[in-house]
Design a binder for this molecule. Sequence first.
Ligand code: SF4
Length: 268
Amino acid sequence: MSRAWFTKALLPWYAEHKRPLPWRETRDPYRIWLSEVILQQTRVEQGREYWHRFVETYPTVAELAAATEDQVLRLWQGLGYYSRARNLRTAAKQVVEEHMGGFPDSYEGLKGLKGVGEYTAAAIGSIAFGLVEPVVDGNVYRVLARVFGIDTPIDSTAGRKQFRELAAALIDHEQPGEHNQAVMELGATVCTPLKPTCGECPLARKCIARATDRIDKLPVKTGKTKVRTRHFNYLHIERGDKTFLRKRTGKDIWHGLYELPLIETEKG
Ligand code: SF4
């Protein structure tokens, strides 16, 4: 069955309604990559500010590669998930040392960069290089689950495969980057987790969740994320006008960041 209707409805809507974001004005893989890494786990408004900071401080990937880890962490300060910042610097060094300063223009090449997984490789590849690689992120799962009425859990192996295959069947071969961004934009601005504005949706006429009154049931998630409680006791020690700090080491959260001396205990 042809699914051209999906793109046909979506691309004109995207052209008219997309939010004007600075990384949408460029096809420079460095700037697009920065935006993709920053926007993982970060709201667009906050991400925009950090993106400007990074491109102003490090206008090229070579300048980012030459920065120290502390400098990059400092610029990243406040964004959280600091492994992203460390990966950013490592990947920049890879681009400089292994790819002579130019971003790899293949999906596999992009995936070889530190911190670049399937999603980010597809996003950079399609937007910067026109590769026909579908992106599948939380927004895409939600839009596809609802439009096609799919109740396979999105966090199951079968679900990931099914959604990836569907996204691959849908992607527009002429404008893969625009297509990918359009699906994500629809999920971010119209087909939102709570109270989607279906009246403004270009796919509403074909939407199975809407027709069968299952919008709030889709997508399905099994929700097996493990949550662990840890107890951190911090010591505030001053001597004269100085305060003791230590740098975190080892494979744990906040690696490489500074904190007050800490004793971790089993109980509170
Ligand atoms: S019609 Fe509503 S539920 Fe269906 S895709 Fe559009 S916004 Fe989402």
